[in-house]
Design a protein around this ligand. Sequence first.
Ligand code: PHE
Length: 339
Amino acid sequence: MENNIVALLEKVNNEILASESTSHINEVRIKYIGRTGLLTNMLKELKNLPSQERPTVGKFLNEARITIENLISNKLAELIVYEQKKKEESELLDISLSLPSFKRGVLHPLSIVKSEIIDIFTGLGFSIEDGPEIELSKYNFELLNIPTDHPSRAFCDSFYISDNILLRTQTSGIQARVMEKTVPPIKIICPGKVYRPDDDATHSPMFQQIEGLYVDKNVSLADLKHILELFAKKFFTESTKVRFRPSYFPFTEPSVEVDLSCAICGGAGCSLCKGTGWLELLGAGVVNPIVLDNCGISSSIYNGYAFGIGIERATMVKYGIPDMRILFDGDVRYIDQFR
Ligand code: PHE
């Protein structure tokens, strides 16, 4: 019996050593120590042995069983690692394979300029305010001191939805809304789309503005010039100069048109500035006291300045774009140049 067990152990050992897969090692386990395995059966037959032989043979069989179990679990652990490694190797990606080419999108120049302007003014302490594109004429005109007979109120100059509701023609309506519900100081910029029925190389029925408003005590035209100079230097170059020309807006008094020295020729005159050395960029002024009072802010205590920048205009000036319509064409070949 003991010789049989030794022979069996040797056979098992050889089979385990020769095993190359976890499934084969499982077969070996079933064959020898499974419920009807060869060694298990020998253990079951112990009871038929003469009682004086039973303890030694039993001990021998049990030791053989433990040896087999250990051999199997060691080999199994080895094979699991080996199989996992082989699996990983077969799954390796071939990263040398070239992918089908794809084109990464770029930001539209209007988006670039809009976020640049927003960044500059938020960096100067202005916060962003939003308002409705479909606006009441009260906010678009009345509170802003635009009288009923003002040319921009004529039906042909605005997209009306009803007698007193229209697509806003300027983002100044947001300023009126903010002034109505806020106690100064107010320091805001209002970016957004506006609508006017113009359509040519320098006008579009929809365009975007960023208007700024600062209301506090003792605000002057000098503060306006200072903030616009800071803006111009950041938007163009450190040497950019700002020029004020007298103008007229019903909501500011005095009103100015603001020109920046041409970033291309530095003021000497070129095709971008049409030989003048200056680029017209925005409208601005000291907030008309009537507007402050209309919006519930006492003009005897507070004053302020306001400015309005056209984003399309700023983009054209910055990049020397002669025709606004190209910005709305959606021609990817053109937009791609701003990569
Ligand atoms: N709202 C004016 C426009 O649309 C611009 C502007 C804003 C002018 C604020 C002065 C002050 O043309």
